[in-house]
Design a protein around this ligand. Structure first.
Ligand SMILES: [Zn+2]
Ligand SMILES: [Zn+2]
Length: 271
């Protein structure tokens, strides 16, 4: 199982997950041309991707979904509310998924979970390979972790979870009080501490890698987020890898062959 982020944070989100011989995209916060450039930077052909999962309709996650779907003929898997909010996706490409009713898709099982966030019907996903049984949990843009997500992601091999802000940095940072309240509220974003608590509750003997998503540029740094998670996890049995996804550059974030480090693909993207 491998995962790449093409970008992670308020300037655009997109993840490629490869498991059980399939590749899927999760979110598409870039236009098709930028997606193609970013995929190329990590050596992935768009044609090798079987479909796209969408967590919610905010522009940093969904602005490219319609055009990318049209260009590459990708089925779009999302909650009915998210599909409606994106709009314009022809019926034959819509694959609605409901919590409690896993969707079979190209050798994968896709399970959706409702999450609290200020969008119409936002979702987190657990993707299970039907051939290998490996599981990856993906969740960003949530203000709180629902109980179902603690149980749902427990002992997954790969966790891709939001660690948006450090609470101290947010409090002392440049954001006005109203925006701070939105971010730390129930419909906002997870702090490093919330993310750490969740990771500790989920990480089990099978868990190998934890990738931190959607870091705030103003109110977090990769070092602070990784240190918070590692510190909390070190008190348990987790001995895997913790890595913050780079905000702007595409990177292999999970499944590094031969233990090579996953430094970001540093190249001019021409954006
Ligand atoms: Zn977002
Ligand atoms: Zn959002």
């Amino acid at each position: 199982m491998r995962a790449w982020t093409l970008g992670s944070g308020s300037s655009g989100n997109s993840i490629v997950l490869e498991t059980g011989g399939q590749r899927i995209l999760i979110d598409c916060g870039f236009g098709p041309r930028a997606v193609a450039t970013r995929l190329k930077a990590v050596g992935i052909e768009p044609e090798s991707i079987a479909g796209i999962l969408v967590t919610h309709e905010h522009v940093d996650h969904a602005q490219g979904v319609g055009r990318a779907q049209h260009k590459w003929r990708w089925p779009v898997i999302a909650s009915p509310g998210t599909l409606d909010a994106i709009g314009g996706i022809p019926d034959r490409w819509r694959r609605p998924v409901h919590p409690g009713a896993p969707l079979a898709f190209e050798g994968l099982e896709i399970q959706a979970f409702d999450i609290p966030h200020d969008a119409s019907a936002p979702s987190a996903f657990l993707v299970t390979s039907r051939s290998s049984g490996e599981r990856a949990g993906i969740a960003h843009d949530l203000g709180e972790v629902p109980e179902a997500l603690v149980a749902g992601f427990r002992d997954a091999e790969l966790l891709l979870i939001e660690a948006n802000h450090d609470t101290e940095m947010l409090r002392n940072g440049p954001y006005p009080p109203r925006l701070q309240d939105r971010i730390r509220g129930r419909l906002g974003h997870l702090s490093n501490a919330q993310s750490a608590e969740w990771a500790v509750a989920c990480a089990g003997p099978a868990t190998r890698e934890i990738v931190l998503l959607h870091l705030s540029e103003q109110n977090n740094t990769p070092e602070v987020a990784e240190r918070t998670l590692r510190g909390a996890l070190s008190r348990g049995r987790f001995r895997g890898r913790v890595m913050a996804a780079p905000r702007k550059t595409p990177a292999l974030v999970a499944g590094h062959a031969n233990g090579r480090s996953g430094s970001a693909v540093q190249m001019a993207l021409g954006l």
